[in-house]
Design a protein around this ligand. Structure first.
Ligand code: AMP
Length: 307
């Protein structure tokens, strides 16, 4: 059982209402791999790093079952760097700096051992890189999930629309869904996106939960109401990693199982935001995850008798 995770491994500088950090480990593939490794190993990581990416961070991920054979090291360039500042509500943020560095000429080459993997998580990256990974698979994966963000919708829309035709599930947040379609209504935006290729669409709404759309069906999962949210960075990637990790572990790609996967993703994301960067993801245990999933079940369960 294995799962490919494609995305960035990066340095982030973050500012939230609760503090500021200048340079911590981040990246879409970092968060997704930490989350998914709770359910399935090996995680076949596909990414690129510069000379400055700490060896200890690689070792920590390897110890969690992350196979780094698909991570390219560029010895004379810096790792991808991103900095962001959150607004007071923490649901919105501004990207302040995006330095592509090694990412500017990333051309992933999949190791042979990755080419027939059944589950693929295309984390946030340039869409032509996401497409190149799909093109290298020798067998069509059972499920391809794709994440993206406003940066790529702005700068690479035609390429992004091409990848949309090749994937099964798209994950975006509500503002990205609106940006992608020009529709204010989330339901209308979802209908339009489902015509662009993916059979399933997940729309994340930060502290307000997430929606899953498929044909005419909709499922909604709330986010756990948390007393303290320190840093939402990586929550989307963590959600994605938990979602596909659960599906890969159960090998069930039905709509019903995707509902459970949304709950698992939401539970994992609720840990991610409790500390700056991926720190909380490094320490969570299976027991903590199970307890939190039970809290979700309780949060949404009720009986009603209709007369
Ligand atoms: P999230 O909060 O889930 O949207 O993900 C935040 C992570 O995405 C950060 O750790 C960044 O390093 C990474 N990131 C930010 N911008 C980009 C981008 N344009 N492409 C890929 N990864 C990015």
């Amino acid at each position: 059982m294995s799962l490919i995770v494609v995305g960035t491994m990066a340095f982030d500088a973050l500012e939230t209402p609760f503090g500021k950090v200048d340079r911590i480990i981040g990246g879409s593939a970092t968060y997704a791999a930490y989350a998914a490794s709770n359910f399935v190993t090996p995680i076949q990581q596909v990414s690129i790093i510069g000379y400055d990416f700490p060896k200890e961070e690689m070792e920590l991920m390897e110890a969690r079952g992350v196979d780094m054979a698909g991570v390219e090291l560029v010895k004379d360039k810096k790792s991808f760097f991103w900095s962001g500042r959150y607004h007071l509500d923490m649901n919105t943020r501004d990207s302040l700096v995006t330095e592509l560095n090694v990412l500017a000429d990333f051309n992933p080459v999949l190791p042979d051992s990755f080419k027939d993997t059944e589950f693929v998580m295309l984390g946030n990256l340039h869409p032509s890189i996401q497409k190149s990974v799909i093109g290298q698979m020798t067998t069509r994966p059972k499920l391809i999930v794709m994440d993206t963000m406003n940066f790529w919708i702005d700068s690479a829309l035609p390429e992004l629309e091409e990848v949309l035709r090749l994937v099964d599930v798209l994950m975006v947040n509500d503002s990205e869904a609106r940006q992608l379609t020009g529709e204010y209504s989330i339901v209308k935006a979802a209908k339009q996106i489902l015509k662009k290729g993916p059979k399933y669409l997940v729309i994340k709404k930060g502290e307000h939960g997430a929606l899953l759309f498929h044909n005419d069906q909709v499922f909604f999962a709330p986010a756990l109401p948390l007393e303290d949210v320190f840093d939402p960075t990586g929550a989307g990637d963590t959600f994605a990693g938990g979602f596909i990790g659960h599906i890969a572990a159960t090998r069930d790609v039905s709509f019903n199982n995707m509902k459970s996967a949304i709950i698992v993703g939401s539970a994992l994301a609720s840990f991610c935001v409790e500390k700056f960067g991926p720190d909380r993801m490094k320490e969570i245990t299976k027991k903590e995850i199970d307890t939190r999933i039970s809290q979700f079940v309780e949060l949404v369960s009720f009986d009603i008798e209709l007369k």
